[in-house]
Design a protein around this ligand. Structure first.
Ligand code: CO8
Length: 259
């Protein structure tokens, strides 16, 4: 059977490492998100775990974002389940009381960037990798809660440019706009993430949790208040001929170099 995640728990230290392991690119499909949501629930309820380092077991890829096959030739029922699961993931992750540190060990476009931005601290490996919300390049408008998460991370003006251009940042560019907090060599990525985790874990828990939630509550509530209409607009939008054409072209372009 396929294992989508590896979990390393360090209960004595109070944190765990959660590694995505869905070859080839950790794309987010319904099954993967459902499993991730179960993990996130367990984490939230755990008394021993204060924080999680989120990373990928696959070299050079953090996550390629949403599985394009979940949007291509979309069916109402599956599409609804898929989008609901994605909303759930973001609500759980962005709204979590726990400490999340993203150790971004490779490419992190679109939904991958959303996952990373939903963490409390981001460390990215130096290298030929890109991170950002590139939705416009696929002919898609990033959902409002992707946008809001980015605004909360890098500010309004930078987000305005980044979203319209579908900008994918190099690690150095991402650092310059605070899309990531640190860039490091690959061999020290996890060590640096652990150092940060120890620092974040040393802060009085309740004060930190209340502070985190005061920063994020309004953004999360906004989606919770309109989950159904958000799902509806995902379905309607992705069913458009123009979007389907655009996704088809994108899928074909990804396959081309190998032929
Ligand atoms: N979904 C499905 N399959 C994918 C995806 C994906 N997101 N990304 C890559 N793949 C597949 C490729 O087609 C390829 O398949 P195959 O082996 O059958 O040819 C395989 O994974 C490996 O891909 P690459 O050869 O491209 O691997 P590389 O290591 O060279 O590159 C990258 C990795 C950089 C991640 C590259 O694959 C890439 O750029 N992928 C696309 C990433 C992307 O643009 N994702 C956007 C998804 S959209 C999203 O997340 C938010 C949308 C919000 C929707 C709102 C609607 C209203």
């Amino acid at each position: 059977t396929k294992i989508n995640f590896y979990v390393e728990e360090y209960k004595d230290k109070g944190y765990m490492v959660l590694k995505f392991n869905k070859a080839p690119v950790n794309s987010l499909n319904l099954e993967f998100l459902t499993e991730l949501n179960i993990q996130l629930d367990k984490i939230e309820q755990s008394k021993d775990i204060k924080g999680v380092i989120l990373t990928s077991h696959l070299p050079n890829i953090f996550s390629a974002g949403l599985d394009i096959l979940e949007m291509y030739q979309i069916k109402q029922e599956r599409g609804t389940q898929f989008w609901t699961a994605l909303q759930e993931t973001w609500i759980k992750l962005y709204g979590s009381n726990k400490i999340f540190i993203a150790a971004i060990n490779g490419h992190s476009p679109a939904g991958g960037c959303l996952l990373a931005m939903s963490c409390d601290y981001r460390i990215m490996t130096k290298g030929p990798y890109k991170i950002g919300l590139n939705e416009t390049l696929l002919g898609i408008k990033a959902p409002f809660w992707f946008r809001d998460t980015m605004i909360n991370t890098i500010g309004y003006r930078e987000t305005e440019k980044a979203l319209q251009l579908g900008k994918l940042y190099s690690p150095e560019e991402a650092l310059a706009v605070n899309l990531v907090d640190e860039i490091v060599d690959a061999n020290v990525l996890i060590q640096k993430a652990e150092e940060q985790m120890v620092k974040w874990c040393s802060i009085p828990t309740v004060a930190r949790e209340l502070t985190k939630s005061s920063m994020r509550r309004d953004t999360v509530s906004k989606l919770i208040a309109q989950r159904e209409s958000d799902t509806q607009s995902f379905i309607e939008f992705t069913q458009r001929d123009s979007i389907q054409k655009s996704l088809k072209g994108y899928l074909e372009a990804m396959k081309k170099p190998k032929k």
